[in-house]
Design a protein around this ligand. Sequence first.
Ligand SMILES: *[C@@H]1O[C@H](CO)[C@@H](O)[C@H](O)[C@H]1NC(C)=O
Ligand SMILES: *[C@@H]1O[C@H](CO)[C@@H](O)[C@H](O)[C@H]1NC(C)=O
Ligand SMILES: *[C@@H]1O[C@H](CO)[C@@H](O)[C@H](O)[C@H]1NC(C)=O
Ligand SMILES: *[C@@H]1O[C@H](CO)[C@@H](O)[C@H](O)[C@H]1NC(C)=O
Length: 742
Amino acid sequence: MSRKICNDRLPLPYLLLYLVFASVSAANDFYIVFLRDDVVSGRSTLQTHLNVLASLKGSEYDASESLVYSYTKNFNAFAAKLSEAEARKLSDMDEVLSAFPNRYHKPHTTKSWEFIGLTPNAKRNLKVESNIIVGLLDTGITPQSESFKDDGLGPPPAKWKGSCGPFANFSGCNNKLIGAKYFKLDGNPDPADILSPVDVDGHGTHTSSTLAGSLVPNANLYGLAKGTARGAVPSARVAMYKVCWASSGCADMDILAAFDAAISDGVDVISISIGGLTGSYTSDSIAVGSFHAMRKGILTVASAGNDGPGHGSVSNHAPWLLTVAASGTDRQLRSKVELGNGATVSGIGVSMFEPKEKMYPLASGVDVAKNSDTKEESRYCLENSMDPGKVKGKLIYCKLGSWGADSVVKGLGGIGIFIESEVFLDAAQLYMAPATMVNASTGKKINDYMHSTKSPSAAIHKSEEIKVPAPFVASFSSRGPNSGSKNLLKPDITAPGINILASYTPLKSLTGLKGDKQYSKFTFMSGTSMACPHVGGAAAYVKSFRPNWSPAAIKSALMTTAKQMSSKVDKDAEFAYGSGQLNPTRAVNPGLVYDMDDISYIQFLCHEGYDGASIGSLIGQGTVNCSKLLPSNGVDAINYPTMQLALKSNKEPTAGVFRRRVTNVGPDESVYNATIKAPAGVEIAVKPATLSFSKAARRRSFKVVVKAKPMNNVLILSGSITWKSTRYGVRSPIVIYNPWAN
Ligand SMILES: *[C@@H]1O[C@H](CO)[C@@H](O)[C@H](O)[C@H]1NC(C)=O
Ligand SMILES: *[C@@H]1O[C@H](CO)[C@@H](O)[C@H](O)[C@H]1NC(C)=O
Ligand SMILES: *[C@@H]1O[C@H](CO)[C@@H](O)[C@H](O)[C@H]1NC(C)=O
Ligand SMILES: *[C@@H]1O[C@H](CO)[C@@H](O)[C@H](O)[C@H]1NC(C)=O
């Protein structure tokens, strides 16, 4: 299993994989072993870990040889090199709650803030904002970037316990970038990376500057998207925890170690743009690490993944995570294309080259094959499939098979490429040669022209910004339903994640492809990776006004104030966008919040049928007795700001009851009335329909009863409840999910 950062060079459709990639990284013999919090058998936690291992291995020497890391601060666990049989034996020990294999994950791979209403002159609480520390788990950071200049910032807040090197190839921290650490517990050298928090990929520099970058006037990529670059909270402090490495990706044991460090260092919000695993909440390092963060009052914001538009693809879907989908802003980057017959079409992408000649000869990949055996591959302009003599001096037309066809064609002396694709048409890719991506209908036009003349020609112009209708959810953004639970809506929210301009690393060319000599301080990236720090930044922004709010309260505020999106634009509705588009300035004053603590999450897991032992391993105790914790009426206890009813039958109606409790965070004397929107075939009732608050009554409970008829092959129906006072509207989507739809 391999974990990814959620960005730019998005995964290719599986159909094409056989042409492109070898296998993903295989499982290894590192295991992460969780012990009960109360197990202490030696002088220290480390000694305890050695004792447990020694009882397995037979000697203290072998124990210390196999121990890789002791997690001692926020949870009682260790990482060790073990055989599968040893791991099984360990799992059977009384002290041991769980042992799961370490897996490698990949990172999911300027204007966006104005687009969602957080303008440069938005109200700010600068004194508190500069006390907010955001922690990112990512590929590292570029300390010398202008986005991390510390002009006007005093020393780090007193609560900060983190550190920053010194490290190799790392110029060091300042009052903006106050902490940096790296985690690479497998000890394997990575020749493509540097053993330091420095960012050789660009992903971590990009996400950090989006979240909390200082103001940088005149940011742009070769004149595109010119403007002042800034993060959501330009005065907040940044701490980078590098867990993703160029060759191996991001290991579970490193991710857990980084959570452990970030929690103890004193960060306020964690942002993690790394691919989670779908399925269980209790055996995924991001879910486990963020649960411990939540217990210490730290909200973790995570990317939903780039595995859309297929259903059930959302990851990082634990209830205590704030799961972020990606949407488009009104800026798209396109190139004008002229054909030899005078026709003009257009394609998508960032290509910074103005043609030197009026027209270039044009040929199809199939027609420039090395020989008849390589035609199938040259259709995709893959390496070693084309005849250099036939490519030289030409624009080549190919289908999307592998990223980097621009490099291949350029390497053979070609001018540039057209790429035809049915996917990835909403995010502009960057190219190292004149190139653009076209859809099938534009592709047909070009092909028809190509075959209508003996000497076809074309020119691809430098990309320009154009305005498009927005917002809409990116096609690559992972969709619900949530594979971890039929009764929990995921993703939670959406934020801009297409063509985001932010800081970049000087250690990598813009495309990272062979022969690319383009470097820039800023670049565009797309992915739920880019959406995630928008929400992480908004969470920090809310926290700067509401420093005492719990993670659940901040999350609720962001979700109930999100701007409603339309199922007419995105047919997957809430499974694409959750509660809607992030709206940071409104989230500071939500009126009411759905608050909760860790017990509610544990009750939820019990209700979902998680066994007591796996819940115990999450919270660091022995088996949890769920029958003690569950409310006797069997009603779902989680106080979540959205509601999802899964149909229990495709023949009989399904009824569901949601019990919720809201806390008034607005004026003491407030009255809220419920407004219900129910889709056809669904009845929704709320009791009581009015909630009155006073100084003495800050919390109120209510009950929503939903009755849904069986649905014919419809996956999702959308309703909502909005609590309205004279000043506020507190909106929760109510989703009816039909597991029988296909
Ligand atoms: C890192 O530092 C070493 C030693 O100073 C130097 O040789 C190397 O070129 C540096 N690497 C990069 C990518 O800057
Ligand atoms: C293909 O792209 C062209 C040019 O951008 C656009 O006008 C057309 O609507 C697209 N066609 C489809 C089927 O998306
Ligand atoms: C769990 O709690 C229930 C209800 O309080 C109790 O009847 C049962 O004995 C408990 N089970 C264990 C194993 O402690
Ligand atoms: C709530 O409903 C009551 C009774 O219908 C009405 O008097 C009151 O004005 C409503 N309040 C708001 C804020 O809509």
